[in-house]
Design a protein around this ligand. Structure first.
Ligand code: ARG
Ligand code: ZN
Ligand code: CA
Length: 237
């Protein structure tokens, strides 16, 4: 299994002209996904040497297959999949669907893990946290919400396992942690008697302070593309 290419449909749902983001903003998110999943992101050079062996090229790429735009009077969509019922996914078996809309409640984005209902499959990202140019808001203005949510969509858990030290993320090379890190933590940040991988895309740090997937995460993502895997059709298998 070499480089995997995932075709992407982007659904832009807007209630005013500012939310009807430019195609440059849409393209910037695709570029960030490609850089981050191929380890060509130019901030990876900050990595503490402790994690040199863990950082990896996931060999997953993304191609924009279409952008769809919908005007709506709804100004906030929440996290209950309402935006997906209003504007259903297009061929979710073979395409990653991304809805860009105002979610509200300070939520940056949410994703569906593999194996769920196809009618709600995909990723939702708040308009101001989508891409790295245009109508974006610091400190979540570098497109890393997209990287994080697509990580979930490809089966990755948060690195702290959504629990305390013994709660696993099912990835061996992400050190155990007892909760999310926020902002831009200094190195080392010690929890559970090891240094947290705060710069992992699956932590909760600021966009400029996350810049890696680990080899174990790569393997966990790629397993779902194997024949019989939950997203095999997405990779043409
Ligand atoms: N809180 C969201 C989630 O768990 C997204 C976090 C994204 N973080 C970021 N720095 N963009 O799905
Ligand atoms: Zn998350
Ligand atoms: Ca781990």
């Amino acid at each position: 299994m070499g480089v995997i290419n995932i075709p992407v449909y982007v659904h832009v749902v807007y209630s005013n002209s500012v939310e009807n983001i430019s195609s440059a903003q849409v393209n910037s998110q695709i570029s960030v996904l490609n850089a981050d999943f191929r380890k060509t992101n130019n901030d990876a050079n900050q990595l503490p040497s402790e994690f040199d062996n863990a950082i990896t090229d996931s060999e997953i790429e993304f191609t924009l297959a279409g952008t769809f735009r919908y005007a709506s009077s709804n100004t906030s969509w929440g996290t209950n999949d309402a935006v997906k019922s209003a504007y259903p996914p297009i061929t979710p078996e073979t395409h990653l669907n991304i809805w860009v809309c105002s979610i509200g409640g300070g939520i940056l984005g949410y994703a569906q893990f593999p194996g769920g209902n196809s009618s709600t499959d995909g990723v939702v990202i708040g308009t101001q946290y989508f891409g790295s140019t245009g109508y974006v808001a610091a400190p979540f203005d570098k497109g890393r919400t997209g990287t994080h949510e697509v990580g979930h969509y490809l089966n990755l858990r948060h690195i702290w396992g959504d629990g305390r030290c013994r709660q696993d993320d099912f990835v061996a090379d992400t050190p155990s942690s007892d909760g999310p890190n926020y902002g831009c933590p200094s190195y080392p940040t010690v929890n559970c008697k090891s240094n947290d991988m705060t710069m992992n895309y699956m932590d909760y740090t600021n966009d400029t302070c996350m810049y890696m997937f680990s080899d174990g995460q790569r393997n966990r993502m790629r397993a779902i593309f194997a024949p019989g895997g939950s997203r095999a059709a997405l990779a043409g298998n």
